[in-house]
Design a protein around this ligand. Structure first.
Ligand code: GLN
Length: 304
């Protein structure tokens, strides 16, 4: 099936039906992005590529990198990881505190900010040079050496990091952060600052559509069981307090970021990325959500 024509038809429907959203303005550097950017790229297991619009322009992947950090930490810690972070949907915003106090500093899941801060702490405990080794891991997944952090975005986020600082200090008080809080936050902001194109991001996530095996190198990244579990966490937690709605309308595991990107996985078939910077009040790309709803409905591709 050639998706290019369908992509452009759905993109024009989205353009005319979705009202404007708002760019994430709590990270000053993210405000500089052109709100009208729109790109989509699909890579399937036959290594065929389909795309539309600004699919080859780099953007800040933000929280989408929480999945990649989870994958590396899960590889290293195995099932012990679940003593430090849960696997339940949060039903609260990505930077919320409300459940953390009640749960004694154990985040509900690895895809909200508190959970990703714990995952960052786990990685720092395992890696000699965390930034360098994490980036090498991401490059190996994508089979692409051009991927990098944006120091400009990471430092910008650091300058307004009040909520993340509060979250990590609360968890430190419960003993669920083992390393220095500033070191963990610095690593967390850098991993959120990774920039990729829609194409690069869809290639990076393709192993999750392939039962944990990197299709470019044939290397096993995760066991089939662990890949299933990472997809399950995305299904239930990838969109914070909008995860149910995403599941209901799109029917695939996925993950969003406040840079306006969304990745979704159709197991045994494809990985798709949509990028449009204007967000809804839950911090998810408005046009991205609508595009994926129309695409999976039209193509009848869903895990259900
Ligand atoms: N870096 C962002 C933050 O910590 C990530 C949030 C997101 O993409 N939802 O707030």
């Amino acid at each position: 099936m050639n998706y290019n024509t369908l992509f452009s038809e759905i993109a024009s429907e989205v353009e005319t039906t979705v009202s404007p959203g708002k760019i994430a303005d709590y990270i000053p550097e993210l405000c500089k992005v052109n709100p009208n950017k729109f790109g989509v790229h699909l890579t399937n297991l036959n290594q065929e590529h389909f795309e539309f619009g600004d699919a080859n322009e780099k953007f800040s992947i933000q929280s989408i990198s929480k999945v990649l950090a989870l994958v590396l930490a899960y590889k290293m810690e195995g099932e012990n990881l679940w003593n430090r972070v849960g696997v339940e949907p949060s039903e609260t915003p990505f930077n919320s505190f409300v459940q953390l106090e009640n749960n004694n500093g154990i985040p509900r899941n690895p895809l909200i900010n508190s959970g990703a801060l714990v995952i960052s702490d786990v990685l720092i405990s395992h890696l000699k040079n965390p930034k360098k080794e994490f980036l090498a891991f991401v490059k190996s997944l994508s089979n692409n050496k051009s991927i990098n952090y944006s120091a400009r975005i990471a430092e910008s986020e650091k300058s307004t990091s009040f909520r993340n600082a509060a979250l990590i200090n609360l968890m430190k008080s419960f003993g669920n952060i083992k390393n220095d809080v500033n070191e963990v936050m610095d690593f967390y902001f850098y991993l959120c600052s990774i920039e990729m194109t829609c194409k690069e991001l869809s290639e990076t996530f393709l192993f999750l559509a392939n039962y944990g095996v990197n299709i470019f190198t044939n290397e096993r990244v995760l066991s089939t069981s662990k890949a299933k579990r990472v997809n399950a966490i995305m299904q239930l937690c990838g969109f914070y307090d909008e995860a149910g709605d995403f599941s209901f309308k799109v029917g695939l595991p996925g993950k969003s970021g406040v840079g306006g990107g969304i990745v979704a996985i159709y197991p045994n078939n494809y990985s798709i990325v949509v990028w449009s910077p204007e967000l809804n009040e839950k911090g998810n790309s408005k046009k991205g959500l609508k595009f994926l709803e129309l695409f999976t409905t039209e193509t009848e591709t869903s895990i259900f």
